[in-house]
Ligand binder design. Structure first.
Ligand code: ZN
Ligand code: ZN
Length: 290
């Protein structure tokens, strides 16, 4: 029987540490996370109308459940007279997305002489994208079966260098006029979004544990699915349990959103398996995205 537990048109609305997020993520069906106040989104497996005004989409990897509605997003913006969006994708996949955008355009016979294609930018691990003066994003490598990037949003704040602490305002104003660099930037990790991934990413990228909010996948939950999880490049809940035992101090996030569960589980199964397997102290910080 076809599973009918999940509906990508009916998102989960989260408010975590002041962050308003509209999201959906079920394996093979659809994944997207919209942050309208930050004017960015992660993945576009479906395109809600409320996603249309968002100018920037960061794509974790090319699988269809994360990307299928990217050019639907572009087409809706075009129809509504909005400027072309910018799509950020793993560098190795850029050419494929450019060709896909072009194929859609030809298929739909877009005739607008003033048509401007969406900007599609390839990113490598370690790249930084400034979103505005006080917000930047940095990429990191993710283990999956396709080229994949994780994304961390940082609040960027200016602060006084230690040697200028306690200096009066008038003196600092003078230094500013003289062009003395008395400030330095501090980068505070705000939100990390990991798309599809094996548990290995957490071992290799422990910095993800410092973000206030962390999105993590746990696709498989049942005891006989460990090998399947490995083969498909996903995380099994037992892998997460082992990681929490191996590295108990890494995930210090205030909020951890678990997502991308296999389509075949109903919501009660997801809740009861997670509750039974994951430590109670960890579950206190967990939001189950169903
Ligand atoms: Zn997926
Ligand atoms: Zn995938």
């Amino acid at each position: 029987m076809t599973p009918r537990h999940h509906n990508p048109g009916n998102p989960i609305r989260l408010e975590l540490g002041g962050e308003k997020i509209t999201a959906f993520s079920i394996s093979a069906l659809s994944t997207y996370a919209l942050l309208p106040e930050l004017n960015c989104a992660f993945d576009m497996g479906d395109c809600l109308l409320e996603a249309v005004p968002i100018d920037r989409v960061f794509v974790t990897h090319p699988h269809g459940d994360h990307t299928r509605c990217l050019f639907r997003h572009e087409a809706l913006r075009r129809l509504m007279g909005m400027p072309p969006p910018t799509y950020y994708v793993p560098e190795e996949t850029r050419e494929g997305f450019v060709q896909l955008a072009d194929a859609w355009r030809r298929l739909e016979r877009v005739r607008d002489a003033n048509f401007t294609p969406p900007r599609i930018e390839g990113l490598k691990a370690g790249d930084v994208v400034p979103l505005h003066r006080q917000l930047s994003l940095k990429t990191f490598p993710v283990h999956h079966t396709a080229p994949s990037l994780g994304y961390t949003l940082f609040d960027v704040r200016k602060k006084l260098k230690a040697e200028y602490h306690g200096w009066p305002g008038a003196e600092l104003a003078r230094l500013r006029r003289e062009g003395v660099a008395f400030e330095e930037e501090s980068w505070l990790p705000r939100l990390t979004f990991i798309g599809d991934s094996t548990i290995q990413t957490l071992y290799d990228q422990p910095h993800v544990g410092e973000s206030r909010v962390l999105f993590l996948e746990v696709t498989f939950l049942l005891d006989d699915e460990r090998e399947l999880a490995q083969r498909r490049g996903h995380t099994h809940v037992d892998g997460l349990v082992k990681f929490l035992r191996d590295c108990p101090d890494v995930l210090r996030n205030e909020h951890i959103v678990l997502k991308h569960f296999s389509m075949r589980y109903d919501k009660a199964t997801i809740r009861s398996v997670l509750k039974a397997k994951l430590p109670a102290g960890f579950m206190e910080r967990v939001h189950i995205m169903i």
